[in-house]
Design a protein around this ligand. Structure first.
Ligand SMILES: [Zn+2]
Length: 445
């Protein structure tokens, strides 16, 4: 969706200026509007930095830790591997491999066990073993359900079988420095989007990735990469991560308890998760960056404006910042479509100008931290799409950007020793990726 950000930001600021000035004279209003417009340039980026479209010099590439992949079982034939292309059939793939074997094709078409071969996903590999006469001896393929299908010749007959393949998990590392956006730096570091989003999620209690990011912030990540039979099969969890935001260094380590529940803790076992997220904006490629992360001084005047405005494209998901209950979901005057959540104690949060509500968000519904409750819009009194967010204590608005958020439960004392032992290798990797010069990491790839 095209998004003319400076224009919309300017509109929002003009509107804010108009609100702040209220019934002032036309001259005063114009002065405030001019200030607001100049604010687009002056506050488009963090103080002391400039928008820099050039790629970062510091960014380091993802680096595979060494891994030993078991070789395919040795056979008398010749193994070839072919990638599935868009529109491929098993017949067209075998033809590319030079196999002209009507008997095999008849078997693959009729044997029920071979059915997964008719749901080919582009990019996936099919390994085929042929004999000297160009006949297929065996075929291996990872089906859409993750199981490995094997078709092999047993005597003169073909037999299909299916089994769960060996899933291999290894660690990858990446590090980068933010120049224009987190996703920009993550791309240069070779970090998959799914891991970048996890990174923002892990530190979401301490950093508002929508407003707090600054040029020069750094990150280092150790994450799981899965493969099935040597085929990349997506990334798993972040094992350890470090984020330096405005000079403050935060570290997080994954802990899986005896029941398999996963949480992130700081090195000393204190909780990373806060009762409230810093930001109600779901972090995404679309909202990444800090060109729209600064807001005008008029908006920062807390007395004039009892909330935080997040300029964002219409439709950007808005998430509950804490577990709670919906006490209002509907249209409320100038706020347009709004949601009010009651949390534990005296805390409540309020989200306004939504374009629509998420399904099941209605009075009395329970929501969990991070759940999408609605989408950014411009309903009510708004001249551009943005989210108006309020953090209230006893229904009195407080500044969520500065208020101290209560922490979550620390790691149980009985698990501390095991945690310390478990995070040591991850911590060592983190130190390594942080200390290596960029050139060395890239050369080692
Ligand atoms: Zn607002």
């Amino acid at each position: 969706m095209p998004f003319d950000q400076p224009r919309i930001l300017a509109q929002t600021l003009v509107a804010a200026a108009r609100r702040a000035v209220g019934a002032a004279s036309p001259g005063q209003w114009l002065a405030a509007a001019a200030l607001a417009l100049s604010g687009v340039a002056a506050f488009g980026i963090a103080p002391g930095s400039a928008v820099d479209p050039e790629p970062s010099q510091f960014v380091q590439r993802a680096l595979d830790a060494p891994v030993v992949t078991p070789l395919a079982a040795a056979g008398a034939g010749y193994w070839q591997e072919e990638r599935v292309r868009r529109g491929d059939t098993v017949g067209s793939i075998l033809a590319r491999l030079g196999i002209d074997d009507p008997e095999t094709m008849a078997f693959l078409r009729t044997d029920p066990a071979a059915r997964p071969l008719y749901q080919l996903r582009p990019g996936r590999g099919i390994a085929v073993e042929t004999d000297d006469d160009g006949r297929m001896r065996a075929l291996r393929f990872i089906a859409a359900d993750g199981r490995r299908l094997t078709v092999a010749r047993a005597g003169e007959k073909l037999v299909a079988s299916s089994e769960a393949p060996a899933v291999e998990t290894r660690w990858k590392m990446a590090a980068g420095e933010i120049r224009s956006s987190l996703f920009g730096a993550a791309d240069e570091a070779g970090l998959p989007d799914a891991v970048t989003i996890q990174l923002a999620d892990v530190f979401a209690g301490d950093i508002d990735f929508y407003k707090d990011l600054q040029r020069g912030d750094r990150f280092a990540v150790v994450y799981e990469a899965r493969s099935i039979d040597g085929e990349p099969a997506g990334s798993g969890r972040i094992v350890a991560a470090e984020f330096e935001n405005r000079g403050r260094v935060l570290r997080a380590f994954l802990w899986r308890d005896a029941d398999g529940a996963e949480s992130y803790y700081a090195e000393d076992g204190s909780a990373l998760r806060k009762a409230f997220l810093r930001s109600p904006m779901e972090f995404s490629r679309m909202t990444s960056g800090f060109t729209n992360a600064r807001f005008h001084p008029i908006l920062q005047t807390w007395r004039a404006h009892k909330g935080v405005d997040y300029g964002a494209p219409e439709g950007t998901p808005v998430r509950a910042t804490a577990n709670g209950k919906v006490i209002f979901a509907g249209v409320q005057g100038g706020y347009g479509k709004a949601v009010h959540l009651q949390h534990s104690g005296a805390h409540s949060t309020f989200y306004a100008h939504l374009s629509r509500f998420a399904p099941r968000v209605a009075n009395g519904a329970r929501v969990a931290q991070g759940d999408v409750i609605g989408y950014v819009g411009q309903t009510g009194w708004a001249t551009g799409p943005h989210l108006h967010y309020e953090f209230r204590v006893d229904n009195d608005a407080r500044n969520p950007l500065t208020i101290a958020m209560p922490s979550g439960e620390p790691l149980p004392a009985g698990e501390r020793a095991a945690f310390a032992a478990r995070i040591a290798p991850a911590n060592a990797q983190l130190s390594l990726v942080r200390s290596l010069p960029a050139g060395l990491l890239a050369a080692a790839e």
